[in-house]
Design a protein around this ligand. Structure first.
Ligand code: 6PG
Length: 260
């Protein structure tokens, strides 16, 4: 696992724009070297803020959108098209304005789909879809994600892995159903930490003073069950992309001065 690297930006707008520029470069480089790229999206304000910034980025179309695989780190278990679904919000922020190959876009199942109210079956189906896309050289039963994006909750949750709940304790399965999530809606599907840790790079996004305590806890050596963000590490890189407000409780020695 990789030691967390921190980059702190002046404010959340600059953080989103800088993260979008960073992601464009990462995708372009992956496509140049391997012919395709694979990214896991996240929900929430910072995850969608990055997508919205990417939609406006001048270099946006340096990405070959037809050779980009998109997966989700978690999803709210709601009907297709529900405005609270991460997939709905990602489409509005970016996906509907770029020429993706629909066969390469993998939303998590909706509650009005083939699995009905059985969120655990829906999670199992997504795990099977990931396993089918995995290659012999990949880690865990998931494809090699170039970048796995995660927002960070004020309680240090990532994806739909909440402190002390069963999903964060999962060590075998790659996707699980989540019941009784403290962040509404209560029923969700989520990648597990083993799946997250199969990614080459994990980027955690946190902006705002309401995240300062969670960031400090997660980077203080806390355990992953008590602080799930602490367990979100990439095989080659773990990058925390913060604004100054979210970095406020960190020792100053932990990161270089924020971008001007
Ligand atoms: O489905 C979700 O709610 C998200 O995937 C969740 O993990 C989110 O990323 C964090 O709660 C941070 O959300 P904010 O960026 O809005 O604070």
């Amino acid at each position: 696992m990789s030691t967390p690297q921190l980059v702190v930006h002046r404010d959340k707008e600059l953080m989103a724009e800088a993260a979008a520029a960073r992601l464009i470069t990462k995708i372009v480089d992956a496509q140049a070297s391997r012919g395709h790229a694979s990214v896991v999206l996240t929900g929430g304000r910072n995850g969608n803020g990055l997508l919205a910034a990417l939609a406006k980025a001048p270099a946006r179309d340096a990405i070959d959108w037809g050779r980009l695989d998109l997966w989700w780190g978690d999803e709210r278990y709601l009907p297709e098209g529900d405005p609270d679904r991460n997939y709905t919000q990602a489409r509005e922020a970016l996906l509907d304005s770029v020429p993706l190959d629909p066969a390469r876009v993998h939303p998590m199942p909706a509650s009005d789909g083939p699995y009905g109210a059985d969120v655990d079956a829906a999670a199992g189906a997504y795990a099977a879809e990931l396993a089918k896309a995995a290659g012999p050289e990949d880690h865990a039963e998931v494809p090699e994600f170039d970048v796995l994006l995660l927002g960070v909750g004020p309680d240090t949750h990532v994806a739909s892995l909440f402190p002390e709940l069963p999903a964060v304790r999962e060590t075998e399965r790659t996707v699980v159903g989540v019941h009784g999530a403290p962040k509404p809606p209560p029923t969700r599907t989520s990648l597990t930490l083993p799946a997250i840790r199969a990614a080459r790079e994990v980027w955690l996004l946190a902006a705002g003073e309401d995240k300062a305590e969670a960031v400090a806890i997660a980077l203080s050596g806390a355990g992953e069950v008590q602080a799930p963000a602490a367990g979100a590490q990439g095989r080659a890189r773990t990058l925390w992309l913060l604004d100054s407000a979210a970095a406020a409780d960190l020792p100053r020695s932990m990161y270089p001065p924020a971008s001007p």
